[in-house]
Design a protein around this ligand. Structure first.
Ligand code: 8YV
Length: 331
């Protein structure tokens, strides 16, 4: 009998997905719900035909170019593929797939919540009651935030998630601006009432809120560089539900500390899962809102991500083109 291809899944997934994977494949699933050690991950690349990693696994060039690397497919459980050296995988003939579309709306919901959270002092207000601070009752001049309606939102990266954020933000009365490698189709721009900025620098200088919604690629690493961060208005703030590496975090922190940027709402960090103690201090001071990479974290979304992974693996093993292939030229 022919041996079933070995599928190694690096993290615990929803039960229904694990069950289905075990029915379909020779699936080895890490049930610990902690990332594999570097040694275990290296071992996985040398034994599995198919690897299902997540954002917490670095699939490096070194692993992929190792003579014993046996992988044929990397079916990422996640949309962003910056945890995988896609170029090195491609060069070795290893297919890479991701899980697009199913997390668009959930991530946009979280982004919108974060757009609201800073100007309306949501977390700060909630903590007054939960941390036992003394509340004397309502006052006309207390805990005032800023109105969202009429403000300018600048979206960096107008892909599926950026557009879903724009749709929501428009309903809140925000003016939609965006920077992208190229303008979106006129029909979409019209539907979103979105203004295109070819120059990111010029857009940054004029926005009240900046939302990062682009992938992390070699081209977008520190896209919000020290120089660009200094173009941002003093009363503006940054929202990031994409990847921490897109922002020069150290400089952003300095600019918030000095009052040169009003604040930030961050779901992702440059050195994740490490969160700078300076950011925690700024959060305590009500300048930033920090979340532990929850952008796409819904029960429904995780199941749909798992279903996508299964569809991609099955297509690959049946010698069809997996629907969600990621090619180096897409980065
Ligand atoms: C996931 C994400 O939680 O899909 C992405 O790109 O950032 C998150 O939605 C994570 O990446 C899963 O690997």
């Amino acid at each position: 009998v022919k041996k079933k291809p070995l599928v190694i899944v690096t993290r615990k997934l929803p039960d229904s997905i694990e069950t289905r994977m075990r029915e379909l494949f020779d699936a080895h699933i890490n049930l610990d719900d902690t990332p594999l050690t570097p040694e275990q991950l290296a071992e996985a690349t040398r034994t599995a035909d198919v690897l299902v990693p997540t954002v917490t696994d670095e699939i490096t060039k070194e692993l992929l170019e190792h003579p014993d690397c046996k992988l044929r497919l990397i079916a990422n459980f996640g949309n962003g593929v910056d945890n995988i050296d896609v170029v090195a995988a491609h060069a070795r003939g290893i297919t890479v797939t991701n899980t697009p579309k199913v997390l668009t709306e959930d991530t946009a919901d979280m982004t919108m919540s974060m757009i609201l959270a800073v100007p309306r002092r949501l977390i700060e207000g909630a903590s007054i009651l939960t941390e036992g601070k003394d509340w004397q009752g309502w006052s006309p001049t207390w805990m005032l935030g800023k109105r969202l309606g009429g403000k300018r939102l600048g979206i960096i990266g107008m892909g599926r998630i950026g557009q879903a954020v724009a749709r929501r933000a428009r309903a809140f009365g925000l003016q939609i601006h965006y920077h992208n490698r190229k303008p979106v189709a006129p029909k979409i721009a019209e539907e979103l009432g979105a203004t295109y900025w070819d120059s990111l620098d010029q857009m940054l200088a004029r926005m009240d809120i900046i939302s990062v919604n682009c992938p992390h690629t070699p081209a977008t690493f520190h896209l919000l560089s020290a120089r660009r961060l200094k173009l941002i208005r003093k009363d503006a703030y940054i929202v990031n539900t994409a990847r921490g590496e897109v922002i020069d975090e150290e400089t952003m922190i300095k600019l918030i500390e000095s009052g040169d940027i009003a604040g930030a709402a961050l779901d992702v960090f440059e050195h994740e899962p490490a969160v700078s103690p300076k950011l925690v201090r700024l959060a305590r001071a009500g300048k930033v809102v920090l979340l532990p990479h929850m952008g796409s974290a819904t029960i429904e979304g995780r199941v749909e991500m798992g279903e996508k992974v299964i569809i991609n693996i099955r297509a690959f093993l049946d010698n069809h083109k997996p629907p969600d292939r990621v090619l180096p030229n897409m980065l």
